[in-house]
Design a protein around this ligand. Sequence first.
Ligand code: AMP
Ligand code: ZN
Length: 488
Amino acid sequence: MPELKLFNSLTREIEPFVPVHEGEARVYTCGPTVYNYPHVGNMRAYVFADILGRTLSYKGYDLTHIINITDVGHLTDDADEGEDKMEKMAAEKAQSIWDIAKHYTEAYWADVKALNIRQPAKWSVATDYIEEMIEFAKGIADKHCYEIGEGLYFDVTTIEDYALLAGPTKLDQIRENEEAYIRIDAVTGKRNAADFAIWRKTPPGEKRQMEWDSPWGKGAPGWHLECSVMGEKLLGFPFDIHTGGIDHREIHHPNEIAQNQAFCGCGGLSEATNSGAKMWMHNNFLVERSGKMSKSAGEFLRLQLLIDKGYHPLAYRMMCLQAHYRSELEFSWDGLDAALTRLKRILMAVERLADAKAEPIAEHPKFAPALAKFEEAMADDLNTPIALTALEDALAVKKVSPAIKRAVIEAMDAVLGFGLFDLSRAALRIRPSNAEIDEAKIEDALARRKAARAEKDFATSDAIRDELAAKGIEVMDGDPLGWEWKLG
Ligand code: AMP
Ligand code: ZN
């Protein structure tokens, strides 16, 4: 595979991946705040991180991937204003925060599994690291923080290049718009608009469900602290790559970087390693015009909604991979249909290799162009749209041993992550969750119909088709994709 090159948001350049520790790749991904179900947009962030991890594995790096679970500290506004998301949901549902966290973590894991996102080396849970967060905060408090009524705050002017990740002029913009930036319910006593909470004290006379003792009083850590601490504890500074959605480029990651610079006692960001990670990578958003992505909009676009409507979840993975991770992607049902159809076509070609046993050596001159195209695409900042066409090119190669073809397809699939050889035609059939179908009976009826047609008994054949139609099943004679029936 050619040299792997990735876009580093910090330098805004495509750079070769050079690991900090030879032969290793250490990656940290900002995980979900488990106060609600993830929407499909959130899951795009993890599909992207998964593709990155799979590509690093394909390149032969020994991957250590960490994804955290945020169960404390994330306020309704990323810039430390509003209410704690977890506490708000717990109050609304009249449940403990711990129960809320458990329920939504499990729901998130179900989506991870359904989308073939590989398990990271560790799911690090924020509340398991409170002691470490306090220690980290103690280490930076004297030089970089100040205490006010609300808690311990980080002074962003104490480090070099604050918010460089968000853009070279970000800090100027914040200063110019100080009043707009500090919103109505802003914390009083903050020195700079961009200063953020390291520790939020429980207000006097109140009791929070989640609170811990600290040198700054009872309270809870600020949201940004957890990722700095878990990144440092589990991967060591500097590690290789930090990922997240593009929104994190504005506040969460600049604040993480500021903490990391303070902790390391290092200088400005002309050295990317001073930021705690060598590379910062961000996926662009999945957008939806009517606002169904917003979790506050009642029914929102969860993966489960797609499944309930009958789509195989991997159709959504296909939809993600058809776009480059740095491009905005618009969600639409038509788009999802098209992605599903593409996956079906690929599966039909893969089915022909079902009985082949992959040969260990995948090299074959006929596959060289497709393999080269695939590897160049992935090495070029994870260009999955092109890599998918390379997979299709490989499937279309004629007059070769199925064993070699299977080996090539398996290798590509290990990066794209569809698990093609575990997928079945039946699984990809659109099947709304409320549809009552008995597949064995349908297959039986179709077999009887085929037999009747073979004997030119068209009356029986038509009768069977009508019988099925009455149950909402449409027989698809001559379907170009070879699908014999669908739910009408
Ligand atoms: P959260 O649970 O809100 O912290 O978000 C989880 C992840 O999803 C973060 O990496 C976000 O940046 C990312 N994210 C949020 N909304 C979208 C979206 N519409 N499309 C893609 N990624 C998103
Ligand atoms: Zn984070």
